[in-house]
Write a protein that binds this ligand. Structure first.
Ligand code: SF4
Length: 238
């Protein structure tokens, strides 16, 4: 399998979860820290069985599963099975997504408890982050947000801040009218990156992230900073 399921107390806030990684993605973010998942789009039936067994074995230790990747919605038929298994076992389900698959998310939205969606840049500036992205990125992501909010599923939006790719104004612009329950700005980490040139970029100082967050004009009720130095910091919670 590309990446083994991983236990985590961080990926589903406040819960112990099993994180299931799926391969393939329709973006190529320069900072992607799972580049091995971008090479192979396939999930074999042995992978699927292995994941289902891992969930089954650990039902007593976990509160939920996190569907992550890569982009899990590229494997809708497979993740529908994981979700069914989770729901039959009274587990919570969180989806990590790039927001580019509104039709697929509509199919499973009733069974999701939490969605963490990347907003990589202002929606008309994805060229800053990825050399490939759909021409209708803005409309597609807005549709995905609408579907999630209409169904009252908790929505966290998050941006990885790479000072060489984004500016504080980009974060201001992308959060200004963003509708979600929680926004997280994540510190860029240079250990493993899809574009090897980013390994030479310095990681931003958490103080820089704090300064950006304090300058925002947004009604988002909960705002976090995630950094290597301070972990997950709640900056605002209404
Ligand atoms: S960071 Fe996420 S959205 Fe970007 S290429 Fe990697 S898996 Fe895809």
């Amino acid at each position: 399998m590309n990446i083994q399921p991983t236990y985590s107390s961080l990926d589903y806030p406040g819960k112990m979860s099993l994180v299931l990684f799926t391969p393939g993605c329709d973006l190529r973010c320069k900072y992607c820290h799972n580049p091995q998942l971008l090479k192979n789009e396939r999930l074999t039936k042995w992978d699927i069985e292995e994941i289902e067994e891992e969930v089954e074995k650990n039902l007593d230790f976990i509160d939920g599963i996190v569907l992550s990747g890569g982009e899990p919605l590229l494997h809708l038929d497979v993740i529908e099975n994981f979700i069914k298994q989770a729901k039959d076992s009274n587990l919570l389900v969180k989806l990590d997504t790039n927001g580019l698959h509104p039709d697929e998310i509509s199919e499973i939205i009733d069974d999701l408890d939490y969605v963490a969606m990347d907003i990589k840049a202002p929606l008309d500036k994805y060229y800053k982050i990825s050399d490939i992205y759909p021409s209708n990125t803005k409309e597609t992501i807005n549709r995905t947000i609408e579907i999630i909010l209409e169904h009252n599923v908790f929505l966290e939006c998050r941006t990885t801040y790479v000072p060489q790719l984004l500016t504080p104004q980009d974060i201001y612009d992308l959060t200004k009218d963003l509708k979600c329950d929680m926004y997280t700005i994540q510190q860029f980490r240079n250990r493993v990156t899809y574009d090897s040139r980013l390994a030479d970029y310095e990681e931003p100082n958490p103080e820089e992230l704090l300064k950006i967050i304090k300058s925002l004009d947004t009604t988002i009720p909960e705002i976090h900073i995630k950094s290597n130095q301070f972990g997950n910091q709640i900056i605002k919670k209404e």
